[in-house]
Design a protein around this ligand. Structure first.
Ligand SMILES: *Cc1c(COP(=O)(O)O)cnc(C)c1O
Length: 398
């Protein structure tokens, strides 16, 4: 007999989540992730995925995945250091290093795990100091918690505050200093102040980790990321990328020096204690890197679409915050209204997710939209007309 009553606290916790509007009820995608997708039985313009370059249903990536199943099987049945490293993983890492312009790269099961692995492995002593932007991704926050280091958080993109922290006696006495920032911030779509940040880092002898989950395949020449965008690729010590967003498969990686990847492949706990990607994933990513290199038009189209959609929203009077990228928030400032906005848009054939406290601060509730290179002008015009209609209904615009 399972003693279910020992879990009765779950009912209370769930009731509390429901009262606070935090109970998750994900919508279900029926079929592939596409610019126009079938979700919960309805065809909608999909402004919610991270499928930036529209590769999630690309025939070349699908063919690569199928071929790898035939040549290498469905799984590795081992962790990387034991016998879970296949030639496809090695080739992917070689190509990722080329893509990022670094000496080396190391892949992980997800963007989440690579962030945890880097923070935990490099900040391994109480005498270390990890300095983090307040709006960094949850995986960086968790990585910091799992590290042994002291932690300081600076106000979002506030380089004066960062400098204050780096000048503090605590920082000066630290054994190592690591500054961590998202390249593109996932909820606001704004970009790290990397040139100023790198100058401070060099001045105070801190090394830097840039999480380019939303920037790899999106920002900079060839989609190489925010350091490349700013011409800083050779100064950023750790460039994190994800294979789960623009690359459309799943996974994460760190690009940097050979010493960095050598060290991590011996000590990083998710690398050492959790099994590696199925070969089909590595093959999919390799095919994606080929397509990204061969079809620069996708990146151009992504940015044209981002500009077009953002301008359209602004023209209608929406507040799109500080976004500079294909992530465009539409500010609402109220949980119930943000949810109603998303629900009404869905009825009208447009899917944009509401983002509320605690993911964003109270008063900063919003819809988050992400356009992809695959949206047509007609898709975006339809979405804009529905935003206008529902925005007026809810009194957000006139
Ligand atoms: C999505 C995201 C991650 C996690 O990447 P996964 O590959 O989905 O685990 C990490 N950092 C940032 C900034 C992200 O947006």
């Amino acid at each position: 007999m399972v003693k279910q009553n020992l879990l009765s606290f779950l009912d209370e916790e769930i009731a509390a989540l429901k009262r606070e509007g935090r109970f998750a009820t994900p919508r279900v995608l029926q079929g592939p992730q596409r610019p126009v997708s079938v979700i919960d039985g309805k065809r909608v313009v999909n402004l919610t995925s991270n499928n930036y370059l529209d590769l999630a249903d690309d025939p070349r990536l699908k063919a690569a995945a199928k071929a790898a199943v035939d040549s290498h099987g469905v799984g590795t049945a081992a962790v990387r250091p034991i016998i879970g490293t296949m030639d496809l993983h090695v080739e992917l890492e070689r190509r990722l290093a080329l893509f990022k312009g670094t000496e080396s790269a190391l892949s992980f099961q997800s963007g989440f795990t690579v962030n945890v692995a880097c923070c935990q492995s490099l900040m391994s002593d109480e005498k270390d100091l990890l300095v983090s932007d307040e709006l960094n991704h949850a995986s960086i926050i968790d990585g910091a918690r799992l590290s042994k280091a002291a932690r300081r958080v600076y106000r979002h993109r506030d380089m004066g505050h960062l400098q204050e922290i780096l000048e503090s006696p605590q920082s000066r006495a630290a054994r190592r200093r690591m500054i961590v920032t998202d390249g593109v911030f996932s909820m606001d779509g704004d970009v790290a102040a990397l040139p100023e940040l790198m100058d401070l880092a060099d001045r105070y002898e801190a090394f830097v980790m840039v999480d380019d989950a939303h920037a790899s395949g999106v920002m900079g020449p060839g989609g190489r990321g925010t350091p490349a965008h700013f011409g800083l690729s050779d100064r950023v010590q750790l460039q994190i990328g994800t294979l789960s967003k623009a690359v459309a498969a799943v996974g994460g990686y760190v690009a940097g020096s050979k010493a960095l990847t050598d060290y991590l492949s011996s000590v990083a706990r998710p690398f050492t204690f959790s099994s590696s990607h199925p070969p089909s994933v590595a093959a999919t990513c390799l095919a994606a890197l080929d397509v990204i290199a061969q079809e620069p038009k996708r990146l151009e189209r992504l940015w044209e679409n981002a500009r077009y959609f953002k301008e359209g929203l602004k023209k209608d009077g929406f507040d799109t915050g500080a976004s500079q990228t294909p992530i465009t928030p539409v500010m609402v400032g109220d949980t119930a209204k943000a949810r109603a906005f998303s629900a009404r848009l869905f009825e009208e054939g447009v899917f944009a997710l509401s983002i509320v406290y605690p993911i964003v601060a109270r008063g900063r509730e919003r819809l988050r939209t992400i356009v992809t290179s695959g949206h047509t002008t007609a898709d975006l015009d339809l979405a804009l007309s529905k935003f206008r209609k529902v925005g007026r209904e809810l009194g957000l615009i006139r």
